[in-house]
Design a binder for this molecule. Sequence first.
Ligand SMILES: [Mg+2]
Length: 369
Amino acid sequence: MKITGIEITHHRLPLDPPFNASWDTKPRVHFDATIVRVTTDEGLTGVASGDTMTGFAGHEPFFIGQDPLAIERHYRILSNIQFHYGRCWPLDLALWDLAGKITGQPVWKLAGGLSNTVRAYASSGTLRAPDQLADLAEQFLARGFKAMKIRFHRGDWKKDIAALEAVRARVGDRLDLMVDCNQGWRMSWDAYAPWSLKDAIKVARELERIGAYWMEEPLHRSDREGMRRLREMTDVRIAGGEMTRELYEFRDLIRDGCLDVIQPDAALVGGITGLRRVAHMAQENNLVFTPHTWTNGMGVVANAHLTAACCDAPYLEFPYDPPEWSLARRDFMMAEPLDVDAEGNIVLSDAPGLGYALDEATLAKTRIG
Ligand SMILES: [Mg+2]
């Protein structure tokens, strides 16, 4: 079997009302998705989504005519492309979807087969008043979730702590509560500074008092010494790595003792092929590996397959903050949105590949390129 084509299309869903993501100073008035399709001479197609595939155009000949199952070879080419251009890892995910369709197996089995189930945590994305955030936490409990992630981005961390305290007061110990400080990186247009180590220490002491499950991205991604020192000073797990570009950076973060929880996203770095290595690295070092998934539903599915296949993750991120970030918005390109079961688990089927289907009518209506 040979790869005969790679088709990339771009789609835009208008968001009215806009989505005010806590980590972005600009309201989001549309949500873009890029769909990658890899076709073969035997009529099978692998499909994936996630990043924008910036810079991929012109690289198709390095894949066309190749065996689709030579996934490690394709990984090396994609790694070269991401060094020179953008993060074109959705192609790796599409190749895994295709490999599943070729072999008749779901990706979670091909990638390790440990489990078909992963427990999800509801990952909020907006900044709500403390009472409203506590209401949302109760909604998550009613939906079966056992954990929720809260955003710390109100400009004054004391206000963030007040929001976390309101949730803890309402739900007690019925939800594990993660906190995302979002200090590791900024949007292209945002110039404000990240927290210092002294800020992060003060926040960490409050999180210890309230019993937070982890503290995510408390410092700029470059401050590895700060992360290492913070990790030694607090019992709260330190999490990070969602936008890290290179696998060797994870090797170094682990070696330097910077993180308890490793959070790369298969759609943004390494694909399933590369991140399986990082998952094993984390396991060998007795650290938690649990991917970031904040792209779209297809990205969540790909990360869920990887996580179920070979990781012992306590939770996987499930981006969800209704009504602003609904499953209908997040998964607009999918025939069926990905949802959790009554216990808050993502349960993957035995369907070949990544097991999802596209909503072709919506994709046609939303196509912009
Ligand atoms: Mg994050």
